[in-house]
Design a protein around this ligand. Structure first.
Ligand SMILES: NC(=O)c1ccc[n+]([C@@H]2O[C@H](COP(=O)([O-])OP(=O)(O)OC[C@H]3O[C@@H](n4cnc5c(N)ncnc54)[C@H](OP(=O)(O)O)[C@@H]3O)[C@@H](O)[C@H]2O)c1
Length: 328
């Protein structure tokens, strides 16, 4: 095997143009890690935040962007069991996915679901780990509950709609145009609200309020989310596209027994992520293998065109997942 690989690095904090192809040394798998030869790498909004200098990688993670990939296991670190060289997997990465090779804990790898291509498999880990841990584990969504997810056409949104409706929740969502709304309803949303034309607070309150809201927008949405929650409702915050600071009347939280919580996946411990992987393997991977749910694919770019992929994501015209072809 050669010692170097093609990769895309963030040359400085800035717009998509700061992503540049480079040669890097192939990383070595540490204790408990595998080395993956990457077929495809998923593109996620947190990659764009990292590129803009707003989301630093955790200590010891690769400085290269890329939080998920599909590929073949080509080497094992010490102490690895239950996975073999030659296995085809998709994996959550601590970083480093925009490259021909990356290392990640073996416990963060999942098999490529039966019948699924490597391209689609690359788009599973980041959104499925995030949605499972925030909607079902932290948010405690149950069958029959009313669930509102903002950004319904995003990678996160399309995953949340499918999983929540599969597990029997009534799903409501917001999106920025009629096309996006139509696709959200095809995926299982009972009602997709075009937030440019309708007030989501009115629609949700007319339904009696949401039991759980998954939000990535923040800012002006925070007080609106509080108004949209039913008594005993829960708000799970996973990002702040409109900013994290706002004036909020917390009396509502007290009087209506609301819960406001949130999390980010990347800084969590390897063990916490391995536990999410175990739950997904048991409860969600059979649904993917049976074709009951599937990632919604938007577009594919070559690794060297990562800047174009980021521009598409930040233009917000995409629906579903954007992927980089690395080895194919
Ligand atoms: N906490 C975690 O662990 C975690 C993990 C992964 C992702 N995330 C976050 O989850 C979000 C979705 O990620 P993704 O990769 O699925 O991204 P994505 O596909 O780019 O989705 C972002 C969506 O948000 C909407 N949007 C963008 N700016 C907005 C604004 N100012 N106000 C309202 N809506 C806006 C856009 O839809 P419209 O055009 O329809 O508005 C877009 O589809 C991101 O914010 C990301 O940082 C968090």
């Amino acid at each position: 095997m050669t010692k170097t690989m093609r990769a895309v690095e963030i040359t400085e904090a800035g717009g998509p143009e700061v992503l540049k192809p480079v040669e890097r040394d192939i990383p070595k798998p540490g204790h408990g890690d595998v080395l993956l030869k990457i077929a495809y790498a998923g593109v996620n909004r947190p990659d764009a935040l990292q590129r803009a200098g707003l989301y630093a990688p955790p200590p010891e993670a690769s400085d290269l962007p890329g939080l998920e990939a599909s590929g073949e296991v080509v080497a094992l670190g010490e102490g690895v069991s239950g996975i073999s060289v030659g296995d085809k997997v998709c994996a959550l990465l601590p970083g480093g996915g925009y490259a021909e090779y990356a290392t990640t804990p073996a416990a963060h790898c999942l098999p490529v679901p039966e019948g699924m291509g490597m391209k689609e498999a690359a788009c599973l880990p980041e959104t499925f780990f995030t949605v499972w841990s925030n909607v079902f584990q932290r948010g405690g969504l149950k069958a029959g509950e009313k669930f509102l997810v903002h950004g319904g056409s995003s990678g996160i949104g399309t995953t949340a709609i499918q999983l929540a409706s599969h597990f029997g929740a009534r799903v409501f969502t917001t999106a920025g145009n009629a096309d996006k709304c139509r696709i959200c309803e095809e995926l299982g949303a009972e009602r997709a609200i075009n937030y440019r034309e309708e007030d989501f607070v009115e629609v949700i309150r007319a339904e009696g309020g949401a039991d759980l809201i998954l939000d990535m927008v923040g800012g002006s949405y925070l007080p609106k989310n509080v108004k949209s929650l039913a008594n005993d409702g829960r708000l799970v915050q996973i990002a702040f596209l409109q900013g994290p600071k706002v004036e909020l009347n917390f009396a509502q939280v007290m009087m209506r027994r609301l819960t406001i919580t949130g999390s980010t996946l990347r800084p969590q411990s390897d063990l916490a992520k391995a536990r999410i992987a175990d739950a997904l393997r048991e409860q969600v991977w059979p649904l993917l293998s049976a074709g009951k749910i599937a990632p919604v694919m938007d577009s594919e770019y070559a690794l060297d065109q990562a800047a174009d992929a980021h521009a598409r994501m930040e233009g917000s015209t995409h629906i579903g997942k954007i992927v980089l072809k690395v080895g194919g």
